[in-house]
Design a protein around this ligand. Structure first.
Ligand SMILES: *[C@@H]1O[C@H](CO)[C@@H](O)[C@H](O)[C@H]1NC(C)=O
Ligand SMILES: *[C@@H]1O[C@H](CO)[C@@H](O)[C@H](O)[C@H]1NC(C)=O
Length: 533
């Protein structure tokens, strides 16, 4: 019996370990969000965390703290969910709920946050995922834990019900509201303590709690530190708290909601949360649960972890005359535990179109292009440009990292290498964006019996709603000249002025059961004049 138990324990242990270490296979649905999550600063920085860095920062002026507002936005979006019915939760329905008619989302924190998050919304990053990722960035920027972040949330198409916990609610109402989103009475206390470690109450939004003119910048903070820490709990327990939702004017008008919540179990839970380690561990787990309240049937991915090796901006381009393809791009290497200074070289070793090595050594050298950093990780990018014979081309590659010590590591991306299709490719030099008119040229292998399509994802502005709508638009491409083993296809599309930046597009083969495409190109990457091939 003991042996059996031990075997089960061992099995579980190794399953968990290998699962935690399991690398994402490239390409993956999380690739765009992974970049947004980890490339905070440096080369190719996405700048997602900039609005909440440092922790005390706000671009909105004195008294505001963007990190607190990011966390609050995630909470308010989630808080009207219903885990009994399997509806709502973190679904970005808050974008439709800022009209002031609901009373749930008072104050400028919500529009400011959504304005900062909206530029990251795309066909590969839902607004709901971006709101959840905003919580990760805000907490981590304030020295809190790295809350695990899964992707896959689906955006609502209309406002959700009302029902965010508000300061005037009774304890009974609070307990029901938290139970509705899956938190029991203990967890309610914990979630409130995790959320109220940053920020405070503004007189302009809640004059009965903070009378105008009564505090510097008309705001009273929940605790004495601008840091994701246990002070909200320890100051309450020691009787030192200035939290305007526990003491002061709120008391006489029944809006001392933090007091009602924190003292609801005789201070047992809030006392435990006064311990820094307990606070961090509890908040990491509960905030993860909070951002994972989603409608039933919405599958989330595993938590996103950074790639060790990630191909970036790969592009095949047919060159004039048609006998050669240019293969260009970058390899992003994670340098968190193996510093870039220890890396002597990064090489690509590729296979030709038929999976063979007709290219000889098939080795492409790279050179450092820049470095980047996230909260907990660092990266170096190694760039390359190579010429390939267009009749043998490429189908996949592996990456060889050689250290200054001579040690070599091969990154194979699973058994099949990093895949690359050469059936259809964007011809960037032949494509252009000239005064709103987008011209896109693609090269399609002549052996293909398919046609080609230009597939745009247009951002369409919406009145009164901060993020634009995404609208798919496909245009059939017209077959043109044959160049080497490829045929050129082209299409034109007139964009609205607002769409000449940040519009993504694919070129894809039409017909066929599996979609083959050269994807997620940005019109911003095209020149102003198309160059004939
Ligand atoms: C809430 O759930 C936690 C975790 O299951 C449990 O430890 C705690 O006792 C529960 N609290 C209440 C009031 O049921
Ligand atoms: C809980 O803590 C608050 C704030 O320190 C205090 O006012 C209250 O009396 C405490 N309640 C209990 C039951 O100890």
């Amino acid at each position: 019996m003991a042996r059996l138990v031990w075997a089960v324990v061992t099995y579980l242990f190794f399953t968990l370990v290998s699962r935690a270490a399991a690398a994402t296979t490239w390409p993956s649905s999380v690739d765009e969000l992974e970049d947004i999550m980890y490339l905070n600063t440096g080369y190719r920085a996405r700048g997602f965390a900039a609005p909440v860095t440092p922790c005390s920062f706000s671009s909105e002026g004195a008294g505001r703290i963007a990190a607190a507002e990011f966390i609050r936005t995630a909470f308010h979006d989630m808080a009207t969910g219903n885990t009994f019915l399997g509806t709502g939760g973190l679904d970005a329905s808050i974008i439709f709920e800022l009209g002031g008619n609901q009373g749930d989302n008072i104050g400028p924190a919500f529009p400011s946050t959504l304005t900062k998050l909206a530029p990251f919304f795309s066909s590969r990053s839902s607004m709901a995922d971006i709101i959840a990722l905003g919580l990760y960035a805000a907490v981590r920027s304030c020295s809190g834990p790295a809350v695990p972040f899964k992707s896959g949330r689906i955006d609502a198409t209309e406002a959700g019900p009302v029902g965010v916990p508000l300061p005037q609610n009774s304890l009974f109402t609070f307990q029901n509201q938290f139970a509705r989103v899956g938190f029991n009475a203990t967890e309610m206390i914990q979630v409130v303590a995790c959320g109220h470690t940053l920020g405070g109450v503004h007189a302009s939004n809640f004059p009965q709690i903070v009378p105008p003119g009564s505090a510097p910048d008309d705001v009273v903070h929940f605790d004495t530190t601008t840091k994701f820490d246990e002070k909200i709990a320890s100051e309450f327990v020691s009787g030192q708290t200035k939290d305007p939702l526990t003491v002061g004017p709120a008391k006489s008008v029944g809006r001392d909601s933090d007091y009602r919540v924190f003292s609801s179990d005789g201070n047992v839970t809030i006392s435990a949360m006064a311990n820094p380690t307990t606070y961090t561990t509890t908040c990491k787990a509960l905030l993860q649960r909070m951002i994972e309240v989603v409608p039933s049937g919405v599958p989330l991915t595993d938590p996103i972890v950074p790639y060790e090796i990630k191909p970036t901006a790969l592009q095949l381009t047919l060159l004039s005359g048609g006998s050669k393809l240019q293969f260009a791009g970058e390899i992003r290497v994670r340098t968190t535990s193996r510093p870039a200074s220890q890396i002597a070289s990064v090489d690509i070793i590729y296979k030709d179109r038929n999976g063979a090595s007709s290219c000889g050594s098939c080795k492409i050298p790279t050179a450092v292009k820049g470095t980047a950093a996230g909260f907990d990780d660092s990266f170096a990018f190694y760039g390359f440009t190579a010429l390939l014979a267009s009749d043998t081309s490429i189908s996949s590659f592996i990456v060889l990292v050689t250290l200054t010590s001579g040690a070599k590591t091969i990154y194979g991306n699973g058994p099949s290498g990093f895949p690359l299709q050469d059936q259809i490719m964007l011809q960037s030099p032949q494509s252009c964006l000239a005064s709103n008119v987008l011209t896109v040229v693609a090269a399609v292998r002549s052996t293909s019996s398919s046609g080609a399509s230009l597939d745009l994802t247009l951002k369409v502005p919406r009145t009164g709603i901060i993020p634009p709508a995404l609208q798919a638009q496909s245009v059939a491409m017209t077959k043109g000249a044959k160049v080497g083993p490829y045929d050129l296809y082209s299409a034109k599309y007139t964009l609205d002025a607002s769409q000449t930046k940040n519009t993504k597009f694919d070129v894809s083969l039409t017909g066929g059961s599996v979609r083959v495409a050269d994807s997620f190109k940005d019109v911003g990457g095209l020149g102003g004049a198309c160059v004939p091939l």
